[in-house]
Design a binder for this molecule. Structure first.
Ligand code: KIV
Ligand code: ZN
Length: 523
């Protein structure tokens, strides 16, 4: 039975790579997006919204690469209700096994009058033309009336009828600004079903933002009102306060399945790893008390709770940590483990690597195993993600070496060697407030780029004194923002790598911004 034939099946539409990537400071390149898309496929999502191809050449390339490589889910691309957007979306996804064009236009007067300086009639015409044009390319077409929850329901219904008449197969109702309340959102959908009976012939979808912390509650209310597709993002990332968190929706439907009677196709054991990969590649940390995937989500602090869980897990736990894949630390390698053991361990983690990539990973594994007694699955994941970053960052600046002096009696001082994108070796030195600050200034001196640090975070990948350090940096170059991450057992080295990657990403973004289309009306 296909999902559509099963009335109890809820489709998971993941928008981590599109709405999620619109979070400030996130700049994923094509290779990083592909890595996330492959993991989303392992997670069993039904649809991956891979990007907004007209927005930049980089986004187009990423969507195209994902379409050509990732098997399983439908690959969707976003397009405003304009012919050039629809053309770009189609050109980017046409090689996918199952492509989808997702086109949108606002139906709220607030947007129509103030943003587009247009009219309701004009919006109807644009919606009709865009869906018809998308349909010339592709059977699977989704239409969204942006800012629907602040729009007139009768007018929105007229626009939806037009989209359905032109062949839209999914109708998505965005709560674009996160303003709705659950009962209100459900009533809005119920009213749309009354006004547009043809909605029963297509998939109704929900897309809720979290400005009032209600994204998941609103999405759930929408499902109970009849929606069978949820648009959501890993770790709840997205525009402003973010989107509904995928892991929360999926685990809500799984944990309370007996009462709700609905199910998804998600492989819940892949949730924790997907969350870590997204957090690592985007540089967006997960808050410790985040539902489902926060590090405290299954931790019990009070003695009474600990006592209860030790006697019987269900006393204080409604889910089993292993059901979301939070047992990843069981896999352990040591410094005597060989190349084959590493390859097998990585394969268990879903990373199929061989040849030169395996050699490089093995070399780094040995370096880490020499410094750390035990290398766990978490370490391996961090290491492989770092390798991906390294590979995809080869076209930017690369940290070759560094020296840093720290002393309470002398001013800290650092020297660095950086390879430029053209292959030239650059050196720089500087004094700073501390050794890390000195390294950052030395990198600026070597590259001649006046990068301004915006955010700097250090985390330990696992517990223990010999844990790998993981750093995340956000910086600005000439007003363009870039983020970068690095891992090492030496936090100065991790910080320096992250800084150089963030600087390269900011320069890429600065240079591509000139090539970007002006996105009036973008979500
Ligand atoms: O929030 C929004 O309205 C969107 C649409 C493009 C679906 O992201
Ligand atoms: Zn959105």
């Amino acid at each position: 039975m296909t999902p559509l034939q099963d009335p109890n099946r809820v489709l998971i539409f993941d928008t981590t790579l599109r709405d999620g990537e619109q979070s400030p400071g996130i700049s994923l390149n094509a290779q990083e997006k592909l890595e996330i898309a492959q993991q989303l496929s392992r997670l069993g999502v039904d649809i991956i919204e891979a990007g907004f191809p007209i927005s930049s050449p980089g986004d187009f390339e990423a969507v195209q690469t994902i379409s050509r490589t990732v098997e399983g889910p439908v690959i969707a691309a976003l397009a405003r209700a304009q012919a050039p957007d629809v053309d770009a979306a189609w050109n980017a996804i046409k090689d996918a096994e199952r492509p989808r064009i997702h086109t949108f236009i606002s139906t709220s007067d607030i947007h129509i009058i103030h943003q587009f300086r247009s009219t309701r009639e004009d919006v109807k015409g644009q919606a009709r033309a865009a869906v018809a044009h998308a349909k010339e390319y592709c059977d699977d077409v989704e239409f969204s009336p942006m800012d629907a929850t602040r729009a007139d329901v009768e007018y929105t219904a007229e626009v939806l009828q037009i989209a359905i008449d032109e062949g839209a197969t999914t109708i998505n109702i965005p709560d674009t600004v996160g303003y709705a309340m659950p009962q209100e959102y459900a009533a809005f959908l119920t009213r749309l079903y009354e006004l547009v009976p043809d909605l029963h012939k297509v998939v109704l979808s929900v897309h809720c933002h979290d400005d009032l912390g209600l994204a998941v509650a609103n999405s759930f209310a929408g499902i109970l009102a009849g929606a069978r597709q949820v648009e959501c993002a890993i770790n709840g990332i997205g525009e402003r306060a973010g989107n509904a968190a995928l892991e929360e929706i999926v685990m809500l439907l799984a944990t309370r399945q007996k009462d709700i009677g609905l199910h998804t196709g998600a492989v819940t054991k892949e949730i924790a790893r997907t969350s870590r990969i997204v957090s690592r590649l985007t540089g967006y940390p997960v808050q410790p008390n985040k539902a489902i995937i926060g590090r405290n989500a299954f931790a019990h602090e009070s003695g009474i709770h600990q006592d209860g869980v030790l006697k019987e897990r269900s006393t204080y736990e409604i889910m089993d940590a292993t059901s979301v894949g939070l047992d990843a630390n069981s896999l352990v390698l040591g410094k005597h483990s060989g190349r084959h053991a590493l390859q097998q361990a990585l394969s268990e983690l879903g990373f199929e690597i061989s040849g030169q990539t395996l050699n490089t990973a093995f070399k780094r594994f040995k370096e880490i195993a020499d410094k750390k007694k035990q290398v766990t699955a978490m370490d391996l994941e961090a290491l492989v993600t770092d390798e991906i970053r390294q590979e995809s960052g080869r076209s930017g600046y690369v940290l070759e070496w560094f020296e840093a002096e720290a002393s309470s009696r002398r001013n800290p001082h650092a020297r660095v060697g950086i390879r430029s994108p053209e292959g030239e070796m650059l050196e720089g030195s500087f004094g700073g407030d501390g050794p890390i600050d000195a390294v950052f200034h030395a990198i600026n001196a070597a590259t001649g780029i006046d990068a301004k640090l915006h955010e700097f975070r250090i985390n330990a990948v696992t517990g223990g004194q010999d844990a790998l350090g993981e750093t995340s940096i956000v910086l600005d170059v000439d007003g363009s923002r870039g983020s970068g991450q690095g891992i090492s057992t030496d936090i100065i080295e991790a910080a320096a790598s992250a800084y150089v990657r963030a600087l390269s990403n900011a320069i890429r973004r600065r240079d591509s911004e000139g090539a970007e289309t002006s996105l009036v009306g973008a979500p």
